[in-house]
Write a new protein. Structure first.
Length: 445
């Protein structure tokens, strides 16, 4: 992932230095347990930790020479062997007891579990920050009336706070899904070739899992089953789609003809190299693009589920790319959306102006229902209301109050003027906003 769409903390999870550090801890913890089982000498197992912990104290990490590992791999054509060779260069002869009874996938898969779990933790924190911003802005605009739209066309009024509450509820679900996906992905497999434990005791797997904050994989082949990974990346794809849904809403609201809300436009910011007047929704357009990228990584994860027999490595190249790219991209997108919501400029006066554009047509359902209550058939009621509504659509210029005027002038409508006027109180549409907020935020109306 390019630096433009990356944040340092998430990038660090996927660095070579972090990866080799996790590899070492898996190998060293396994060796510690093997010493407890008297498979390897306890003093030698401790020596491995002592050497590497001394390096960590000196340098702040285990200080593997990434260039040296790459150099060895150019000969071995095997990344784990290259790492183990370099480890032996650092530790000395005691390193021969590392990787006893293990296979490369034990290290690679368990490391990926650690990385994805750590990435999930960062994204959960991102979602928490987004939820806080959505909640604050929702309450700020709880009673800010605006027109709701279906098919892009005026429907009935709602409030801008309810729109934001919808997003809050959606990302609450996203958080629940990500917690579940994190739990499902956080498994360790230290089961040896084809997962049979022939050359390593299952207690080693349990020990390593505990040390790394994972749970044991109930049954692995030579790899952790990839349905777990498929669900993890599918969850990221759904969350990305939620990001895009909110972004697209803001992009529509920022259109010049609507202008009910817009991204914050900072002093000195430029919207166009050619047109100095432009204020473009560049952040939310960017979020739409980033969401496409994250979703694009879901299908390869699904296709990784079907491996040959106990394993092949057709999944490996995919995961080396989508692991970092999907998590780094979504982490960035969630943080950007939080900033957009936090600084979103809202125009209640424009919402009111747009609400009034069609001369009260947003109350057509109220009139329809009133006519049926007055004894008209539903078909006759619909025809009468639609007939008068279409006249408003066809008007040029100011439509203020036009719908009510038409209804009062229609001889087939026997409702009194006062009855008709009563149906044009917009507060009617907002009477259950408190109920909605109670359901979303757990507040008592």
């Amino acid at each position: 992932m390019i630096p433009r769409y990356s944040r340092p903390e998430m990038v660090a999870i996927w660095s070579a230095e972090t990866r080799f550090g996790i590899w070492f801890e898996i190998e060293a913890h396994a060796t510690t347990k093997l010493a407890e089982l008297a498979v390897v000498p306890a003093a030698d197992a401790q020596r491995i930790w002592d050497v590497m912990n001394a390096r960590k104290a000196q340098f702040g990490d285990y200080h593997f020479d990434v260039a040296r590992i790459d150099e060895i791999e150019r000969t071995t054509k095997h990344d784990v062997i290259a790492f183990l060779t370099h480890l032996s260069e650092i530790v000395g002869p005691e390193a021969r007891f590392v990787h006893q009874g293990m296979t490369s996938s034990d290290v690679l898969d368990t490391t990926l579990s650690v990385q994805l779990a750590r990435a999930a933790d960062l994204m959960l924190a991102d979602i928490d920050a987004l939820l806080a911003a959505l909640k604050r802005r929702a309450h700020e605009h709880k009673d800010t009336i605006t027109i709701g739209r279906s098919h892009g066309i005026h429907a009935e009024p709602t409030t801008f706070g309810v729109k934001l509450a919808e997003a809050y509820a959606e990302f609450t679900r996203a958080r629940t899904r990500l917690v579940a996906a994190r739990a499902e992905i956080a498994t360790a497999a230290i089961s040896g070739a084809i997962g049979s434990f022939a050359n390593i005791d299952p207690s080693v797997e349990a020990y390593v899992a505990e040390q790394l904050g994972l749970v044991v994989e109930p049954v692995s082949t030579q790899v952790i089953p990839r349905d777990r990974h498929a669900m993890f990346f599918a969850t990221l794809g759904v969350i990305a789609s939620s990001v895009e849904r909110v972004a697209v809403e803001i992009r529509h609201l920022q259109r010049t003809e609507v202008l009910e809300a817009e991204e914050f436009f900072a002093p000195g910011q430029k919207g166009s190299s050619a047109m100095p007047h432009k204020r473009n929704p560049v952040l939310t357009e960017n979020l739409t693009g980033l969401a496409r990228l994250v979703r694009g990584m879901v299908t390869p994860a699904l296709e990784n589920v079907a491996l040959w027999h106990e394993r092949d490595i057709s999944h490996s190249s995919v995961e080396r790319m989508i692991g970092p790219d999907a998590t780094i991209t979504l982490d960035f997108a969630l943080a950007r959306l939080t900033s957009v919501i936090d600084k979103l400029v809202v125009y209640p006066q424009n919402m009111r102006r747009n609400l009034d554009l069609l001369g009260g047509l947003h109350n057509s359902q109220r009139v329809l229902l009133a006519l049926t209550q007055a004894g008209y058939s539903r078909e006759d009621s619909y025809a009468a209301v639609q007939r008068n509504a279409m006249k408003v659509w066809q008007m040029d210029g100011d439509r203020a109050g036009a719908f009510a005027i038409n209804l009062k002038a229609d001889p087939e409508i026997t409702l009194s003027d006062s009855q008709i006027d009563a149906m044009f109180d917009d507060a009617y549409h907002l009477k259950h906003v408190d109920t909605i907020f109670g359901r979303v935020f757990g507040e008592t109306p």
